[in-house]
Design a protein around this ligand. Structure first.
Ligand SMILES: [Zn+2]
Ligand SMILES: [Zn+2]
Length: 422
């Protein structure tokens, strides 16, 4: 067990109320992806106050803070900053009433429905504790605040904007996410953790005609219907039962009235897979089926495929995950768990990918432990515990924040703590 972690975290009591204030403030002022100006400024100001060398505006609103503290490993910890277009219904005294105007001029509600305010607060706290206890560790700590995780383009924006030249190259990248587990819980997982997510728009072409004269048409509604049914066989007939994947057709649009056969149909698909080989196989199968159904129906034009968004799979590297799991076991005891595979997705892995370094990403709980235990006892966790992206998602302030600050600190010190970097 790292005594260094206990030494550094002994300072938690003196920063706790500042962090709780910061958390409530961030929660009340959520910002959508690539518009996190206020959030980024709060993070940058806090880092500067703690003596970090701060670069702002990396990939729009990204922030990189560097604290060099002698020779030793370089650890980067990443927090995402963005909120979601959700109208908050938590009833909390610090609930968001924020709205923004989108590109089409419509007013959108904004809420921290995914807990990225927890992530920003915890990384700010960890960065401050490390700065206040420089005698207990050696090396470099990099605090990275990333924009626009929800849109899947924030990590990429930072990389495109020269992140690898604007930050020291880390030996490892660390990140965490608050999930609907009891607050106090920490969960690591070696290997596959989060799915890849691909959203695509498929346009199939027909030939429009009068509804009374189908012989004059190529009916895209029938093509779309056949595609939807046939796509169900990708997971059920082409993948082994031990290979998890999801293919969902989330929207189908064609036509404008009962007596007109339209000339096209548009389908929107969401695909979840856990490794690159399966991802390629499933995306290829979708294209093959769509093309074949179009050909079967004498479609006059090739179908079109447009990628709407894309997240890589999050596959935790073995060595750093083992190291963090060991440190968590020593610090958190029975609250340290192995977390299950999740069907959510993340773009975080693109950052270690750009540096060519390993990473590990873990879960912390955010639900009132008594409320969770009660739901578990009744077998109603799925119904009673609000999940991320729900309008009712409301992590309890404590012990969520203490756990998130401690987890980042314990994990970072597993590389840079005095008792590690001999
Ligand atoms: Zn989210
Ligand atoms: Zn999230």
């Amino acid at each position: 067990m790292s005594d260094t972690a206990r030494t550094v975290l002994a300072g938690l009591g003196s920063v706790r109320s500042d962090l709780e204030d910061l958390y409530r403030d961030l929660h009340r002022h959520p910002e959508l992806g690539l518009r996190e100006h206020r959030t980024a400024k709060r993070a940058a100001d806090a880092l500067r106050q703690s003596g970090y060398d701060v670069t702002e505006g990396v990939g729009g609103t990204g922030v990189v803070g560097v604290l060099a503290n002698g020779d030793g490993p370089v650890v980067m910890a990443r927090a995402d900053m963005d909120a979601l277009p959700v109208r908050e219904r938590t009833g909390l005294p610090y609930a968001s009433t924020a709205t923004v105007t989108d590109e089409d001029g419509r007013e959108q509600p904004v809420m921290h429905a995914c807990g990225h305010d927890v992530h920003v607060t915890c990384l700010t706290g960890c960065a401050r504790l490390l700065a206040e206890h420089r005698d207990a560790w050696r090396g470099t700590f990099v605090a990275l605040f990333q924009p626009s995780e929800e849109n899947g383009d924030g990590a990429d924006a930072m990389i495109e904007d020269g992140l690898t030249d604007r930050s020291p190259r880390p030996d490892v990248v660390l990140a965490q996410h608050v999930l609907p587990y009891p607050a106090g819980y920490v969960g690591t997982r070696a290997g596959s953790f989060l799915s890849a997510a691909d959203s695509l728009r498929v346009t199939v072409h027909g030939r429009g005609a009068h509804g009374s004269a189908p012989q004059a048409s190529v009916d895209p509604v029938v093509i779309a219907a056949s595609v939807v049914v046939r796509l169900q066989t990708v997971v059920s007939r082409e993948l082994a039962a031990t290979t998890p994947a999801v293919v969902t057709v989330g929207s189908v649009h064609a036509g404008s009235g009962p007596n007109v056969i339209p000339d096209r149909a548009v389908l929107e698909l969401n695909v979840r897979t856990y490794d690159d080989a399966t991802r390629t196989q499933v995306l290829d199968a979708i294209k093959r089926i769509v093309r074949a159904e179009c050909e079967a129906s004498r479609s006059p034009r090739e179908p079109e495929f447009e990628r709407l968004s894309s997240f890589p799979p999050t596959v935790n590297d073995e060595e750093p995950t083992r190291r963090v799991a060991e440190a968590f076991g020593a610090y958190f005891g029975d609250d340290a768990h192995t977390v299950e595979l999740q069907t959510a997705s993340e773009d975080m892995s693109e950052i270690p990918g750009a540096f060519g370094v390993p990473f590990t990403y873990w879960a912390i709980g955010g639900i009132d432990p008594d409320r969770y235990a009660e739901a578990a006892r009744k077998g109603t966790v799925a119904q009673d515990i609000p999940v991320n992206h729900s309008a009712a998602f409301a992590p309890v302030v404590q012990p969520t924040l203490d756990t998130g600050v401690s987890a980042l600190t314990v994990a970072a010190l597993a590389w840079i703590g005095d008792d590690r970097s001999a």
